[in-house]
Design a protein around this ligand. Structure first.
Ligand code: ZN
Ligand code: ZN
Length: 182
């Protein structure tokens, strides 16, 4: 039988980041995940970066997590990646870029407490009914890995300072005038 590894792995992929402490194995928890944008979007609106609006995420957010519990501390290692629309800081046009990073975090699990808005989800995760949700943490890491200066392509020519034309689309009139003066 010819097996498709990619298709087989789908069965073990988590579609949320809710974990239960009631069935926590001593060896820790390891899983792949694929979150639909709707799982992560509610947490992205509270992002620290002032990007104006919620990003248009184009794929499910995929990654891997290795979780180890040490007392109330949870060691979170893994990675994540997602394709999203972003704006080029040179030519100001929208393009499809990738946001992703490795994950190496230590968070504190608070039993029974609720997470208030001013508490940093990077360092504190609430536990309710024996369960905790790492979606706020991943949302935080999503913003942290968002490029400070996104570029649509390495050789983006940007906008003409004279007329504002997108120079990737061709030469503007200002540049043509300069050339003909030579
Ligand atoms: Zn550009
Ligand atoms: Zn111009």
């Amino acid at each position: 039988m010819i097996s498709n590894l990619g298709a087989m792995r789908v069965e073990n992929v988590k579609e949320n980041l809710i974990f239960s402490l009631d069935v926590w194995p001593e060896t820790g928890v390891s899983c792949d995940f694929a979150l639909s944008p709707s799982v992560i979007l509610p947490y992205l609106t509270a992002g620290e970066e002032d990007l104006g609006e919620v990003p248009n995420i184009l794929t499910s957010l995929r990654g891997h997590l290795d979780l180890q519990l040490a007392g109330k501390r949870l060691l979170v290692k893994g990675n994540f990646a997602v394709k999203t629309e972003m704006m080029c800081s040179r030519c100001l046009s929208n393009f499809i870029g990738k946001v992703g990073d490795t994950i190496d975090e230590v968070v504190e699990l608070g039993r029974g407490e609720t997470l208030s808005p001013d508490e940093d989800p990077e360092s504190f995760i609430a536990v309710r009914d024996g369960k905790f949700d790492l979606s706020p943490l991943i949302a935080e890491l999503f913003w942290l890995s968002w490029p400070v200066r996104a570029i649509c392509r390495p050789d983006c020519k940007g906008l003409c300072p004279g007329c504002g034309a997108n120079l990737n689309d061709g030469t503007c009139l200002c540049h043509e005038t300069k050339v003909t003066r030579h």
